[in-house]
Design a binder for this molecule. Structure first.
Ligand code: AHR
Length: 634
């Protein structure tokens, strides 16, 4: 059913059921636009991501080759790679831990070719991240490192091939390998073709001997044509959310299972061949193609700012560094990182950043010390936070430093609270911050989500999310920032480590959950202040938020009806009078289980309509719906 038809049905049901509500009468909402209570935090809505659910490798990071540096090898062979010998050619492939193009990449794939010629080529193919999505008339930029046991080993050919038909969709020759490691670049240009992801990359040679290959890379066009860049579709979806920051680089991904598996930012800089890659706590190897600078460029491309989380001496499997001298190198490392992000080119790390192509410093106001340190049963966090705080504030007094748990001995600037709940739990939790201490630390809700639906969440979760967002807007004097997690999931089998995610994708396409659209609506329609308001006769499953933007002359009323019945509401507005009509965006469906998916991506999307407004107006909120009423008040 289309969203328009679904809205029409909802409104029809609303008319029928209004009578049923006659007993208790409509909810009574009164809003005083001339009585601002507090400003809305300008940083209220942001993004949080980490390497989980193949968020970067196999997700946002546009690299098409999987296991490009062969770190994923074992009894099963070289993951994602298969032999592809044609005709009478005979070649075998092996992981070789003794040959590699750099100190960071000491291993490679060795292809041993016993027989081959120009017509009978030996080769290997890469299956990509559950396929390789190809578009017609498109240029794909690739490179590989190669070395052979004799000079003039070649030519080496690279091709994009359809899995099902064997059709060669693009091909290039990269020349001949020599006995020294060298990088070879190539471009593969497709002609007319039907877009699909049932394609692979084939590397072949008609030459006997030994050929070592490493760092085999292929990129489609990226967002803003960034080299080593991101998928445009996912970047556009994030841009539509009007977020103000990116919390990076995690989450558990910051910490690692063990201390030497943390996000060690210095090893994620510079040429890919100098990045050793690392194991992530979500049980797969991270290519680190998305390194610290790429994270920062991502914020730059979206015109948002980083909220940088620095490793604070605790790893997920409970190893930790004692506060004191043992922690000093980690504090120094964080200071270097801050200099890399914000320092000008006269500083050591600012100069490194400039050398990597980005002389301009990045804006930074918030730094998070660690992640979810309540898991650290040793109680070392108070001391670790204090040590980072002292050192960072001494050099960067302007930075706001976020603690990842409540502290007893000092007041942090900001405290990061995380909430993963089902919809009902969120409905019962919306008043949590209403009476919270305004003299304590500011609050960053750095991870939150209604966990219903998988791989991406359903309409019921969107209702929980929206109810919670109304609470955060109402309390946005205290809650300075918030970010949902996890943001991304690759929906292919084996792609998900965490159920209930906001945006799903495969190699070819991406879609938003209903909760994604709720965030788009809330992010795009946010005023600058919260005016006085009250509601009566609303029941416990009707939620609202009102924010006002007097400079623009617009007020945004958000309504969430989490019940299966229509909700009549009468609104009285003083202090400024809305025009006679207002635009309404409605996100609704038939059941709380209804959802979007990779095969039905636009089942639940916002539908635009208008309603009659004025100083007083009546309205019925359809069942299971989220509405944003945009009222012009000039
Ligand atoms: O968002 C998934 C995980 O949940 C994060 O990595 C972690 O911080 C939290 O426990």
């Amino acid at each position: 059913m289309t969203a328009t038809r679904s809205l029409a049905l909802g409104l029809f049901a609303a008319t029928l059921a209004t009578a049923a509500f006659a007993q208790s009468g409509p909810a009574q909402l009164s809003i005083q636009l001339d009585k601002p209570l507090h400003p809305v935090s300008p940083m209220l809505y942001g993004l949080m991501t980490e390497e989980i659910n193949y968020s970067y490798d196999g997700g946002l990071y546009a690299e098409m080759v999987r296991n490009r540096t062969f770190q994923d090898h074992g009894f099963g062979g070289l993951a994602s790679w298969n032999l592809d010998n044609k005709g009478t050619a005979r070649g075998t492939m092996h992981y070789d831990g003794t040959e590699g193009p750099s100190e960071a990449l000491p291993g490679s794939m060795r292809l041993e070719i016993a027989s081959a010629d120009a017509a009978n080529t030996a080769g290997v193919r890469n299956e990509g991240w559950w396929g390789m999505a190809l578009q017609p008339d498109t240029t794909y930029k690739g490179s590989l490192y190669a070395k052979a046991d004799a000079d003039n080993f070649g030519p080496i050919t690279v091709s994009l091939v359809n899995d099902n038909t064997g059709a060669i969709l693009a091909t290039a020759t990269v020349g001949s390998a020599t006995t020294a490691w060298k990088q070879y670049e190539f471009t593969l240009k497709t002609a007319k073709l039907t877009p699909s992801s049932t394609n692979h990359l084939l590397i072949s040679a008609g030459h006997t001997g030994k050929l070592w290959l490493d760092l085999i890379s292929l990129f489609p066009p990226t967002y803003k044509n960034r080299e080593n860049g991101n998928r445009p579709d996912l970047m556009e979806m994030m841009a539509a959310m009007h977020s103000k920051f990116l919390r990076m680089p995690g989450g558990n991904y910051l910490e690692g299972d063990e201390i030497d598996e943390r996000f060690d930012w210095k090893t994620t800089l510079g040429p890919l061949v100098d990045r050793p890659t690392h194991r992530s706590p979500w049980n797969y190897q991270s290519s680190d193609g998305m390194g610290l600078l790429e994270f920062l460029e991502w914020t730059e491309d979206l015109k948002i700012e980083p909220v940088l989380a620095v490793f604070a001496g605790y790893a997920l499997k409970h190893d930790y560094i004692h506060p004191g001298p043992a922690l000093t190198p980690y504090v120094d490392d964080a200071l270097d990182e801050l200099e890399f992000v914000t320092g000008d080119t006269s500083t050591k790390w600012g100069a490194v950043r400039a050398k990597l192509g980005h002389p301009q410093p990045f804006p930074l106001h918030y730094v998070e010390i660690g992640n979810e340190d309540w898991f650290d049963r040793s109680g070392s966090y108070e001391g670790r936070y204090a040590q980072f705080y002292k050192a960072i504030k001494a050099k960067y007094p302007q930075l706001q430093l976020i603690a990842t748990m409540p502290l007893k001995r000092m007041k942090p600037d900001v405290q990061d609270d995380h909430y993963y709940k089902n919809a009902d739990e969120f409905f019962n939790f919306v008043k949590h911050y209403d009476d919270a201490d305004r003299n304590g630390p500011k609050i960053f809700v750095g991870e939150w989500a209604t966990r219903e639906g998988s791989p991406t969440t359903n309409l019921g979760a969107a209702l929980g999310d929206a109810a919670w967002m109304t609470a955060m807007e109402r309390n946005s004097d205290l809650i300075v920032m918030s970010s949902y997690a996890p943001l991304f999931v690759n929906v292919n089998p084996g792609g998900m480590q965490w159920q209930s995610d906001l945006i799903g994708y495969d190699a070819s396409s991406a879609y938003g959950s209903p909760g994604y659209y709720a965030q788009v609506l809330f992010g795009q329609h946010l005023g600058t202040s919260v005016p006085a308001s009250s509601i009566a006769n609303a029941g416990d499953r009707l939620f609202y938020s009102i924010t006002n933007d007097p400079a623009k002359g617009v007020a945004y009323l958000k309504l969430v009806n989490a019940t299966s019945t229509p909700q009549p509401i009468e609104t009285a507005i003083t202090g400024a009078t809305p025009g006679s009509t207002a635009t309404v965006y409605t996100l609704t469906g038939h059941t709380t289980a209804e959802t979007n998916s990779i095969t039905d991506p636009k089942r639940i999307v916002p539908v635009k309509s208008t309603i009659k407004t004025g100083a007083k107006f009546s309205h019925t909120i359809p069942p299971y719906s989220i509405q944003v009423v945009v009222m012009e008040t000039k």
